[in-house]
Design a protein around this ligand. Structure first.
Ligand SMILES: Cc1ncc(COP(=O)(O)O)c(C=O)c1O
Length: 416
């Protein structure tokens, strides 16, 4: 298991094995498989180049302090270029999310949540958040982030298989419970919230509106999903590697100087120390690419997921949300209970069957189109993809050759 060491030394055999594992993984996942995981994406060659750059080994601590009686503005020497790299990435994040203050330092989406929740909400504070049964992120369930940070989470209910928010119900909860914050954002996300209306009520009762955009960040930045800060959220934050095609990491953006100061103060020595500057250079590149091609990329992702949802529906998959147009995001959802009723197999069993055939989807009934879009697949290609999913997942046919042929047609990255 992970981390369980043997008593003997690693040696050359294990180095060779490690090399082989990385090569096999790369061959399989990057070249042979069609990846339809909703939380993954491809980064451009320039992003990958920056990730492997010298920055991956360096420190910087751009903090004014007095060391042995001398005033310094950085705790390290050799940082001549690093701080400008960070500033450049943060400026791009600010422009894309329409807020004046940004940090690109959080190491992941989960860490970004901590960087927002820990400094803004005191221990004992209560916040409303969507729970996993309604499509929410597991991290906001009571035993996880709330337990670690000493907060109390109140469930924010959503409805139906498409997880719709009921504004009256949310308004009632906000007035009744008067929480310190409402955290909006889901792992299963098909449609935007009525954010303006929710934010209006939340602000009336003094609650902060914290928007976890992890899944939809690239769509939001491309103008294809809701624009949280303009619609009333106080802070927008999340992962940088799902629909945004950056390296794995996190960011946060706000238009409020007071909130930014609190969050920024928590970044150094409370939640983070060094912030991985190669990742930040890669993220800066991805953000600048997003400024250039965002609208075309994001609208193609959503057009692809709608086309895939329709095609999968036509192939007999129980796709959620037909009467609502299936989806307005990068995700397509399957109704797990209906899947079992029709075919005697749930989403996890389906994903395992598909994996055998080099088709990768979530084990939780979620299919995503961001990576396929980057590879150049378009709505006209989605009936082919749905057909492969049907043959491999429901008819149990061997489609590996067809998947490889498809991947051969879509080998190079688009939108770079
Ligand atoms: C809504 C939401 N927030 C946060 C996270 C955590 O993101 P990360 O994996 O970047 O830590 C996820 C992960 O899927 C998520 O769906």
């Amino acid at each position: 298991m992970a981390g369980q060491g043997q008593a003997h030394k690693g040696g050359k055999d294990e180095e060779a094995r490690l090399r082989e594992l990385v090569a096999k993984h790369e061959r399989w996942r990057a070249h042979d498989c069609l990846n339809l995981l909703a939380s993954e994406n491809l980064s451009s060659p320039t992003v990958q180049r920056y990730l492997a750059s010298d920055l991956s080994r360096r420190y910087t601590l751009p903090l004014a302090q007095t060391l042995h009686g001398e005033k310094v503005d950085n705790g390290y020497a050799g940082t001549r270029f690093t701080d400008e790299i960070e500033a450049l990435a943060a400026r791009s994040a600010s422009r894309l999310l329409h807020g004046r203050y940004a940090s690109v330092r959080p190491l992941s989406g989960h860490v970004a949540s901590m960087c927002v929740l820990a400094p803004l909400l005191p221990r004992g504070a209560r916040y409303l958040a969507v729970q996993p049964d309604d499509g929410g992120y597991d991290g906001y369930a009571p035993g996880f982030l709330p337990a670690v940070l000493g907060h109390n989470v109140l469930p924010l209910p959503l409805h139906g298989l498409t997880h719709r928010a009921d504004l009256d119900e949310i308004a009632t909860l906000l007035h009744r419970d008067r929480p310190e914050a409402i955290v909006l954002g889901q792992s299963f996300v098909l449609f935007p919230y009525p954010l303006r209306e929710i934010a209006e009520v939340a602000h009336e009762v003094g609650a902060l509106v914290l928007y976890d955009a992890s899944h939809v960040l690239g769509l939001t930045m491309g103008g294809e999903f809701q624009d949280p800060l303009r619609e009333g959220a106080d802070v927008a934050f999340g992962s940088t590697h799902k629909t945004l095609f950056g390296p794995q990491g996190g960011l946060l953006v706000t238009d409020r100087e007071d909130l930014f100061q609190q969050m920024d103060a928590a970044l150094t020595w409370r939640i983070l120390d060094n912030a991985h500057w190669n990742r930040i250079a890669g993220l800066g590149q991805a953000l600048l690419e997003m400024e250039r091609i965002g609208p075309r990329y994001a609208s193609t992702v959503v057009a692809n997921s709608r086309a895939l949802a329709k095609a999968m529906d036509e192939e007999g998959f129980p796709v959620v949300g037909k009467s609502e147009g299936y989806t307005a995001s990068h995700q397509v959802h399957l109704d797990g209970a209906e899947m079992r009723r029709r075919y005697g197999i749930g989403p996890a069993g389906l994903a395992r069957r598909l994996e055998e055939q080099d088709l990768i989807i979530d084990l939780v009934g979620r299919v995503g189109t961001a990576e396929a879009t980057r590879l150049g697949l378009r709505p006209r290609d989605m009936p082919k993809v749905a057909g492969l999913l049907r043959q491999a997942g429901l008819d149990r046919k061997d489609v590996r050759r067809s998947v490889r042929l498809l991947r051969r047609r879509f080998r190079s990255m688009t939108f770079t």
